[in-house]
Design a protein around this ligand. Structure first.
Ligand SMILES: Cc1ncc(COP(=O)(O)O)c(C=O)c1O
Length: 426
């Protein structure tokens, strides 16, 4: 399927979703467990196979059977819990605190810091922007602004929309990192928070975080580091001896960090952590309400009912892997990334975009239509995301890709040859 065709498919799907009359109503009589589960299995067969290791995004394969057993059993064990009521399920709250403490320790959260778990990177970012908005409002700022590099994830724009904040971006430098001069020029009296990436989604770049955090401190505002990807990569790259620029709470002025356990933390979907340098600020995340017939109601983030599975799974994965396990998985993913990068650099028609750090990268071309190369790879069963600026293909490399990397590189070489032929009109 070509890139243009996938856009058509999305449009078609959307129109079907909005056409409720075309969808089956609830059956009058229930079907047997076998029938229902059989149909689900049939439907699932049309989804990409996680264990094929053909996806370079969305999911993070380790090909570690023991880890997958831990994830599956932790999910099953906690299937029916609800972390909404901490009095009824105090053990879940304890698991959540322990996850926050473990991730806090990893990212050098100082004494006095705090945080919560959320359902994912977007919710962690939303909670951080809420806290930064409240802090700005307390200083008398009327419509607080989020100031982010152009490479920031759309979750910041979404947060701005939901929280009625202004969203402004500043330019990147020649290596696709945040341009500090541009950030300095863009700060206004309404800026509540400066965003910095570690690593950015499109380019896998780490922004100049010490400089951006210093700028934030100069203005007495927040500096949120988006480590949704990097939070479970960079600490282990550092331990492996790679040169990792400063990015975590060791940098003065960094006020919040988001880190996703459901990305390179290798937990199943639904878990992220938002950390605040000062635990007093966590209170701004909380919603408390008592003016209704059932008394006091409080939540730490967006949802009311919260699945216990995400907390139990995140906890179990962190405990199961430990620092050594993550270091080993990061080593595997990094070795595969290095192999892919070297192979791309050896293909004259391709170039690596910017100066990626870690296990994700993008590559473009000045001589072939790179999205067409992506289409050929799609036909061969590989899933790579597309960047549009510059046109490039985007890869998030997981430890499991070590098993298929040679086949991928052979297919990439072929796809480039096909792309070259069609680009030259042959
Ligand atoms: C850098 C970055 N931040 C935030 C997010 C949002 O995370 P989620 O999709 O878990 O909400 C992503 C998702 O890919 C990301 O790459």
């Amino acid at each position: 399927m070509t890139y243009a065709q996938s856009a058509d498919v999305i449009e078609q799907l959307m129109s079907q979703l909005f056409d409720m009359s075309a969808l089956a109503p609830m059956p009058q009589h229930g079907a047997s467990a076998e029938t229902v589960l059989g149909e689900l299995a049939q439907r699932k067969a049309h989804d990409p196979d996680f264990h094929s290791n053909h996806l370079f995004g969305l999911v993070y394969q380790t090909e570690r059977a023991e880890l997958e057993r831990v994830v599956a059993q932790a999910n099953e064990m906690y299937l029916w819990g609800n972390a909404l009521n901490i009095v009824k399920f105090p053990n879940l709250t304890r698991l959540e605190f322990e996850v926050v403490a473990m991730v806090g320790d990893l990212l050098h959260l100082p004494q006095g810091g705090g945080g919560t778990m959320t359902s994912g990177g977007t919710e962690s970012i939303l909670m951080s922007m809420l806290v930064n908005r409240e802090r700005a409002k307390a200083r008398g700022v009327d419509k607080p602004q989020i100031l982010a590099p152009y490479s920031a994830h759309p979750a910041y724009a979404k947060a701005a929309k939901l929280l009625e904040m202004e969203y402004a971006t500043f330019a990147l430098d020649g290596d696709y990192r945040a341009d500090v001069g541009a950030a300095r020029a863009a700060v206004t009296p309404r800026t509540a928070v400066i965003v910095a990436n570690a690593m950015s989604f499109p380019y896998s770049s780490i922004d100049p975080i010490p400089e951006l955090a210093a700028l934030a401190m100069e203005h007495g505002i927040g500096c949120h580091v988006d480590a949704c990807i990097g939070g479970f990569v960079l600490p282990f790259l550092e331990r492996l001896g790679y040169d990792v620029p400063p990015w975590d709470f060791r940098v003065p002025g960094v006020t919040e960090i988001s880190a996703d356990v459901h990305k390179y933390g290798y937990a199943s979907k639904g878990s992220s952590v938002i950390l605040h340098r000062d635990s007093d600020w966590v209170a701004h995340q909380f919603f408390m309400f008592g003016d209704w017939p059932s008394g006091l109601y409080g939540t730490p983030a967006v949802p009311g009912a919260r699945p216990a599975t995400t907390m139990a799974t995140a906890w179990a994965v962190l405990k199961h892997l430990g620092i050594d396990g993550y270091v080993e998985l990061t080593r595997q993913a990094m070795e595969t990334t290095t192999k892919i990068r070297a192979a791309i650099e050896a293909i004259p028609d391709l170039y690596i975009v910017g100066k990626p750090i870690g296990t994700t990268l993008a590559f473009g071309s000045n001589t072939v239509d790179i999205h067409q190369v992506g289409d050929v790879l799609s036909d061969k069963g590989w899933h790579l995301d597309r960047n549009v600026e510059p046109p490039s293909l985007h890869m998030m490399v997981s430890p499991g890709h070590r098993l298929v990397v040679d086949q991928f590189l052979a297919d990439l070489n072929e796809a480039v040859v096909q792309g070259t032929l069609s680009f030259r009109g042959a």
